[in-house]
Write a protein that binds this ligand. Structure first.
Ligand code: 6PG
Length: 477
């Protein structure tokens, strides 16, 4: 038998992806470093479709029809390089290696360039949706060459999630590392969404005085409106869950130190390099790292601050509505920042990424899937050169309607001493962009004062310097 696709690396994501291909009628060659896993897959799920179990790399490659499509599902970094090193010598020009892990896009660019020299297509592919998505339909973000997408695209379209309008949640994002770049930003936005939801929860708890079960109900209600999304849905599930051992709310027995595998951090690191202000995403990453500093937090616990005093019932209900406004407005800002980063990456690397298509393929399958993304798609489809999501009339109008409540929520958070860095960063970004004048003029003056770094003027062309240590006259720089 010859297989149309092969999957090597059969941990849970690889295994589920292989099953997804098989369930969709493709013959799938499967391979794992330890063959026991390969055998286990075929024993357990062999009935779902056609699998070809390969014990060795040679057998695996021989099982694939040409041009070969070989999906690598191993850990990002060294393990990925090791697997490529093992298989590339066995491949022929025209064959494709598809890296479905969470690789750093710079690694993907390097690998793509190296393999291109040997005539092999390297397709760095972002895959989102966790275990469940890999099995039943993920959102797929392939980079790599156009030719590789022509051969691979139809298969990916088949196994991907479908948006509500039936469109497959996959597109050729752009050349070389474009797919992994977009997946990286997806994860940065995922972090920001999670942080904003966390802040909303904490405010409902400490300011409104609600218990987790009650807050779960509020999220359930929000999930029927404009915040309708996978992350809001699972938030309600997590908040209503009761720990079996103690009978207490599950959120109260989990250690409050958030972990991360690094993709959110990369989003911020790259944004710094590209000069893109992703302050909301950055606050989300910092909030995770702050939460992890157990000793620092313990040492700070006695510091002075207000004691939150919960609102009465009527006030609490009104406050909850305001929190929804603050959450929604802050979410618009996170996505504005994330899409800015995608646009900047596209510009820097010449990827020509279609932002409307990115929004479209995030509508289903992925962790940030939400009704909201169809509106982002519509905004970019209507105006592909939209300078920012905030320049879209609909989003601008919604923020205008939300802003008073957004500000009030931050006033309450500040007064009651509840940290809301995501909400605050989002509002500061919004106000900074709107501002007629920024204190950056003063910054320029300071720089010129201490370092003769020069400045520009609002009324004339050119660069200038003031003789601060002398008679303070101005000279052209
Ligand atoms: C996805 C997710 C996934 C990510 C996890 C955990 O799109 O399916 O983004 O790729 O690895 O969500 O990420 P952290 O461990 O960094 O929170």
């Amino acid at each position: 038998t010859s297989a149309q696709i092969g999957v090597t690396g059969l941990a849970v994501m690889g295994r589920n992806l292989a099953r997804n291909f098989a369930r969709n009628g493709y013959t799938v060659a499967v391979h794992n470093r330890t063959a026991a896993r390969t055998r286990a897959l075929v024993e357990e799920f062999g009935g779902e479709g056609e699998f070809v179990a390969a014990e060795t790399a040679e057998e695996f490659v021989a099982a694939l029809e040409r041009p070969r499509r070989l999906v690598v599902m191993v850990k990002a970094g060294e393990p990925t390089d090791a697997v490529i090193g093992e298989f590339a010598p066995l491949l022929e020009p025209g064959d494709m290696i598809i890296d479905g892990g969470n690789a750093h896009f710079a690694d993907t660019r390097r690998r793509e360039a190296e393999l291109r020299e040997r005539g092999i297509h390297f397709v760095g592919t972002g895959i989102s949706g966790g275990e469940e998505g890999a099995l039943n339909g993920p959102s797929i973000m392939p980079g790599g060459s156009k030719e590789s997408y022509a051969s691979l695209g139809p298969m990916l379209e088949k196994i991907s999630a479908k948006a509500a309008d039936g469109t497959p949640c996959v597109t050729h994002v752009g050349p070389d590392g474009a797919g992994h770049f977009v997946k990286m930003v997806h994860n940065g936005i995922e972090y920001a969404d999670m942080q904003l939801i966390g802040e909303a929860y904490q405010l409902l708890r400490d300011v409104a005085g609600y218990e987790p079960a009650r807050i779960a109900e509020i999220f359930r209600t929000w999930n029927t409106g404009r915040l309708d999304s996978y992350l809001i849905e699972i938030t309600a599930e997590v908040l209503s869950h009761v720990d079996a051992a103690t009978g207490r709310p599950f959120v109260d027995v989990v250690t409050d130190r958030a972990e991360q595998k690094g993709t959110g951090r990369w989003t911020v690191q790259i944004a710094l390099d590209l000069g893109v202000p992703v302050s909301g995403i950055a606050e989300a990453v910092f909030a995770r790292s702050l939460s992890g500093h157990a000793a620092l937090r313990a040492a700070s616990r006695g510091l002075a601050g207000p004691t939150p005093s919960p609102l009465d019932e009527a006030e609490a209900a009104a406050f909850a509505d305001r929190v929804e406004q603050a959450l929604y407005a802050s979410k618009i800002v996170s996505y504005t920042q994330g899409f800015h980063e995608v646009a900047a990456g596209s510009e820097e690397y010449g990827w020509s990424i279609d932002l409307g298509r990115v929004a479209a393929i995030w509508r289903g399958g992925c962790i940030i899937r939400a009704a909201f993304l169809d509106r982002i798609r519509a905004a970019y489809d209507a105006r592909p050169d939209l300078p920012s999501l905030l320049s879209d009339e609909t989003f601008a109008r919604e923020i205008a309607a939300a802003q008073d409540d957004w500000r009030e929520v931050l006033v309450a958070a500040t007064r009651q001493g509840v940290p809301a860095p995501g909400f605050a960063a989002a509002l500061a970004y919004y106000d900074a962009l709107r501002a007629e004048r920024l204190p950056a003029a003063l910054t320029q003056g300071q720089r010129d004062f201490f370092g003769a770094h020069t400045y520009r003027r609002t009324d004339r062309e050119g660069s200038f310097h003031t003789l601060w240590g002398g008679d303070r006259s101005e000279v052209p720089a």
